[in-house]
Design a protein around this ligand. Structure first.
Ligand code: HMG
Length: 367
């Protein structure tokens, strides 16, 4: 058995309420709360990025590091075109120097690509573990339809033999094709998106992945107890799920609680949805089969399954997660605009990694 041995997420310390954004943009709040399904959105301050978010997630699950032979950082919000941000984190997380560390990209699918590369590495290297961090900042231009689907966050996962949370099944269904539904060329910090096309391709990818999956796996869709989706916004996941659960019997509400108040976290989004399920479902998930749909624009999709391991709840970080979200500071729309578009640091932060002003690529501990 190989799979997720431990998992944790991090987001920024700031959020805006979608009600405030709706009022400011002259849009009905129901469009955001109901039509898109988002209640809040995490906002990244100028002194945080994918490295600080990734660090905050990973430090919760790294006990010892000497047996970690592979570390993959999945992101589409990278800080450098050449030097991988994984090398910053290798240093901050004190990973061994004989650990291979690199960064990968395929839009939101990157986290899943990293997870399966880690799976194969562990299968080939008995006794070794791998670290996967999916970390992203979702950015769209101000006052565009995409603005309401921003967010930021990271999920860190340890992949190992005899995992304590989820055993992953290697049989998967995949679908890849070339599209320009969502992309971010080098000249812009914000994504260029054809929203309607992207939503259509997401659903097309899901259907094709399921066809491929059912032709390869001995697990049937009816055998799956819970479903987690890549969640660019809540309504996208519920629409996708209606194609699978036509009878409306397998509710996915618990998988969407965190995503609905953090927003899109690109590579981390699917795995945040899994943490939301682990934290918020009241029934015992032991031995339950979970279906995962990963979609990355451009586009690559994958459907796979895993089985929850007995005793998974011993690793629960629910109290910490709830406190993390509760302690975020609410911003006005003006403050959010200053942070995101004018890159003004409004507050100082303690016990966080920050970017030194003198050298924007040099990280150090605050205080
Ligand atoms: P929009 O065009 O402003 O919204 O942008 P809309 O007019 O399509 O309305 C959205 C929904 O709100 C509709 O519901 C409306 O009816 C409803 P639907 O018909 O879809 O069921 N609505 C209301 N409901 C209640 N009360 C009201 C009301 N008014 C309207 N008063 C869009 C929406 C999602 C397109 C935009 O936010 C966008 O472009 N977002 C970014 C792209 C995106 O997230 N795409 C998702 C699929 S692609 C993907 O997941 C990959 C991605 O994560 C990137 C990666 O892979 O790296 C994005």
């Amino acid at each position: 058995m190989i799979g997720i041995d431990n998992i944790a997420f991090a987001t920024s310390d700031y959020f805006i309420d979608m009600k405030d954004l709706a009022e400011s943009r002259g849009v009905s709040v129901d469009k955001y709360y109901i039509g898109i399904g988002q209640k809040q959105m995490s906002v990244i301050p100028p002194n945080e990025d994918i490295v600080t978010l990734g660090y905050s997630a990973a430090r919760q699950i790294l006990d010892k590091t000497d047996d970690i032979g592979l570390f993959i950082l999945a992101t589409e919000s990278s800080v450098d075109q050449s030097k991988s941000a994984a090398t910053f984190l290798l240093n901050f997380l004190k990973l061994p120097s004989n650990c291979v560390a690199y960064e990968i990209k395929q839009a939101c699918y990157g986290g899943t690509a990293a997870l399966f590369s880690a799976f194969d590495y562990v299968a080939m290297n008995p006794g070794k573990r791998a670290l996967v961090i999916a970390s992203d900042v979702a950015r769209y231009p101000i006052n565009t339809p995409g603005e309401a689907t921003q967010g930021c966050g990271a999920v860190a996962m340890i992949i190992s033999e005899n995992p304590r949370i989820l055993s992953i099944n290697r049989a998967t269904g995949v679908y890849s094709s070339d599209s320009l539904d969502f992309y971010r060329p080098n000249f812009t910090e914000e994504a260029i998106v054809d929203g309607a096309l992207s939503a259509r391709l997401y659903i097309k990818s899901l259907k094709n992945c399921l066809t491929d999956f059912t032709s390869k796996s001995n697990i049937k869709i009816e055998d799956i107890d819970y479903f987690c989706y890549h969640t660019p916004f809540v309504k996208m996941a519920t629409k996708a799920h209606s194609h699978i659960d036509t009878a409306g019997q397998r509710n996915i509400d618990k998988t969407l609680i965190y995503n609905s108040i953090i927003g899109n976290t690109y590579t981390a989004s699917l795995y945040l949805s899994f943490i939301s399920l682990l934290d918020n479902i009241e029934t015992d998930l032991s031995q339950k089969i979970i279906g995962f749909f990963s979609y990355g624009s451009g586009n690559v999709g994958q459907f796979f399954t895993g089985q929850i391991v007995d005793g998974y709840a011993n690793l629960s970080k629910k109290p910490y997660n709830i406190a993390t979200l509760k302690n975020r500071q609410k911003l006005s729309v003006k403050e959010y605009e200053m942070m995101i578009y004018e890159k003004i640091s409004l507050y100082t932060q303690k016990n966080k990694l920050v970017v030194r002003k003198s050298n924007p690529r040099s990280y150090d501990f605050a205080n």
